[in-house]
Design a protein. Sequence first.
Length: 241
Amino acid sequence: MSDKTPSYNRILLKLSGEALAGGQGMGINADVLNKMSLDIAHLCGLGVQVGIVVGGGNIYRGAELQKQGLVGRVTGDQMGMLATVMNGLAMRDALERRNIKTRLLSALPIGEVTEGFSSRNANRYLTAGEVCIFVAGTGNPFFTTDTAACLRGIEIEADLILKATKVDGVYDKDPAINDDAKKYNSLTFDEVLEQKLGVMDLTAIALLREHNVPLQVFDMNKNYALINVITGENEGTYVSQ
Ligand code: UDP
């Protein structure tokens, strides 16, 4: 597959915490992390500049912690953002084991562990071929890492935002419980918003629509899916203006 020419120069890949957990449902699955880092290394080998936003739902989600009565929402969201830092650390090590130069850029200052995010530096690193992992979401409570992915994607002027999910695209209803669920090959942002398709939260979709950055939803666990997306093969669902 690696002889193919990439259709995109710079991308932003959103990896949810759930995706990192694999079948075990929580924490980080070493095999999954290994495979993801291999796929990302493959993209780097093709000369694609890669930014990554990692979620934290495999460890903590603020809304859930609040529901359990453990902490208030703001503290819970801060715990969720710190969870994304842990996932980012694991991903950085996995990439560096493959000799991929990687930067871990945090929206919250954690001096010894991460570098503070600045879009100026991120753009420099990406241009130099380094992978940038953006952690701590937007740095603000009440947001999601999907919104952080769209925000960072816009800031680094990514050609495409890729959202890795457990299913191979966007369906009109949940394919896990509906045999007759229909998959969309392409959608507009307006269709996603009007039909309330659970692609990303509304803030994230509205940001992409406003800044006209396309989104590709695909199944990261499917072999070659990521590389297929990057080389313009028919894969998952493409959402655009
Ligand atoms: N979070 C936040 N602000 C952000 C991004 C994330 O407060 O900008 C918190 C929020 O509590 C969220 C958690 O971090 O539930 C983990 O992120 P998310 O749920 O988006 O992770 P994913 O579902 O992608 O694993």
